[in-house]
Design a protein around this ligand. Structure first.
Ligand code: 4AD
Ligand code: MG
Length: 450
């Protein structure tokens, strides 16, 4: 794309191309410091932050006085010479020759002092301008680009799944419901997977990428009610192929961010030692091996009985919670895939292991550094009768799944896929404390505004 239409304006990101030259930047005042004949304007323009030095003797009196009128988050156009410096972030500063105020901001509510979480969340529309949030959003953008590049570059086709759906995919307890004209209830999609399966039978290797919804009652640091998920689905892939692909994808994303987001990771003060170790092959263990490990290491199952927490030896058959996941992951410095979970704790569409009826060919990838579950996936049940049995067993409406069963009727093949949570991945890579920081406008059980 030619940028000549925007001739005359430079972005902070591009300053190094203009060393020694005069440029005009457009942006907002991030911070200000003044002393006597000098005014330091810390300008942000969306691409970065740059110090602009307004020296009284270099400009007219009017311009200098305008500089003194500036307030935090006022919008301005600043012209000046690009001078290298090792003192300022980004490596360049501007010797100001002209300054034009676009709009003066009054009493910007977010100041450099500390603010509480509730205040910042209420002001999310402005909080996004802060340097940490800005850096997180840029990493998020890089993660999404890495995902798209990875799949597009490996012969996958993007096949969008609908968001309004007539049925559940991931259990009926977390469905957002709405009335759909005269056709009854519709639900916001919990996952695009079922449609991705149909798409894979048409195009071979596909991915669906979009927002997904879970009416999660949990108030953890890892749950949103609206989150983005990428879901590849591949015809003729078995569980092993699926796990290999998941490793390839995660390795690719981390490498891409390390390569393209050094500045952002520095702003976030992210120690990248562990991220640099994210190289295939990752660790793998079966659910049964993981349970044995938990028992041997005395990591209990914690349940509530009459409001009191009770600890018991972790029994085979229970699903893992964050206590177990974090304990298992503490021994590893790169992700670990746990496979072959008990049938009862996993979704209806997963294929049972032909070698052990009690488990399904499922896999979860857990991240190190308390990242939790990054990926959930499986080989799918491809036998019509067995799938129908599972649908009935889960009391799912058979008619609504007729089209899904059709896929097992007309040329059914081994196929697999998985879903990677974008926010879980960004939270892990950025080291953000809470998942609400890694999506522009978080949706949580207790918040829908702004
Ligand atoms: O393990 P989940 O529920 O798997 C599925 O939805 C499958 N249908 C995917 C597939 O096989 N195509 O979710 C997949 C991932 C999780 O590993 C996690 O990263 C993320 O989605 N995730 C959430 N992220 C944020 N908030 C929530 N409430 C999440 N629930 C799942
Ligand atoms: Mg899962």
């Amino acid at each position: 794309m030619s940028l000549s239409r925007y001739k005359g304006y430079t972005t902070i990101e591009q300053l190094k191309e203009s060393e020694g030259k005069e440029v005009t930047l457009r942006g907002w005042v991030y911070n200000l410091r003044g002393k006597g004949k000098l005014q330091f304007i810390i300008l942000r323009d969306g691409t970065g932050i740059c110090q602009c030095v307004l020296f009284q003797s270099n400009v007219s009196e009017e311009i200098f006085q305008n500089g003194k009128l500036l307030t935090q988050e006022s919008s301005v156009m600043i012209t000046g010479k690009v001078v290298p410096t090792d003192k300022a972030p980004g490596g360049f500063e501007i010797d100001v020759t002209n300054l034009e105020i676009v709009t003066l901001a009054k009493d910007y509510p977010i100041t450099p002092k500390e603010h509480g979480d509730a205040f910042l969340l209420e002001h999310r529309h402005l909080w996004l301008r802060s340097s940490r949030q800005h850096a997180i959003m840029r990493v998020r953008s890089a993660v999404v680009k890495a995902i798209r590049d990875f799949f597009d570059g490996n012969g996958f086709k993007l096949m969008d799944s609908p968001i309004l759906t007539p049925n559940a995919c991931e259990g009926t307890s977390t469905l957002f419901e709405t009335q759909y004209f005269d056709l009854g209830k519709a639900y916001l999609s919990q996952s695009g997977q079922l449609y991705a399966e149909a798409s894979a039978m048409a195009l071979g290797r596909v991915y669906t990428f979009g927002p997904t919804f879970r009416a999660e009652r949990s108030k953890t640091r890892k749950h949103l009610t609206e989150f983005w998920m990428v879901e590849p689905e591949m015809a003729f892939f078995d569980l092993n192929d699926d796990m290999d692909l998941a490793e390839d994808l995660v390795e690719y994303i981390v490498k891409f961010v390390l390569k393209t987001c050094q500045q952002e990771l520095k702003t976030l003060e992210r120690d990248t030692t562990m991220l640099e170790k994210v190289v295939r092959p990752f660790h793998r263990m079966s659910y049964s091996e993981a349970v044995e490990w938990l028992q041997k290491n005395k990591i209990p199952l914690i349940t509530k009985v009459d409001g009191k927490e009770v600890e018991t030896e972790f029994p085979w058959g229970e699903d893992f919670g964050s206590t177990q996941e974090e304990a298992i992951m503490e021994q590893f410095d790169k992700p670990c895939i746990i496979h072959r979970y008990p049938t009862e704790v996993k979704a209806f569409y997963m294929k049972r292991d032909p070698d052990n009826e009690k488990v399904v060919l499922a896999m979860d990838m857990l991240g190190p550094e308390k990242a939790g579950e990054l990926i959930g996936g499986s080989q799918r049940e491809d036998n019509y009768d067995l799938l129908l049995e599972r649908i009935k067993h889960e009391n799912l409406p058979e008619e609504e799944f007729q089209w899904y069963l059709d896929l097992r009727k007309y040329g059914s093949v081994t196929h697999s896929g998985f879903g990677l949570g974008v926010e879980r991945t960004v939270k892990w890579i950025t080291g953000a404390q809470h998942i609400r920081e890694v999506i522009p406008f978080p949706r949580m059980i207790y918040r829908i505004v702004p």
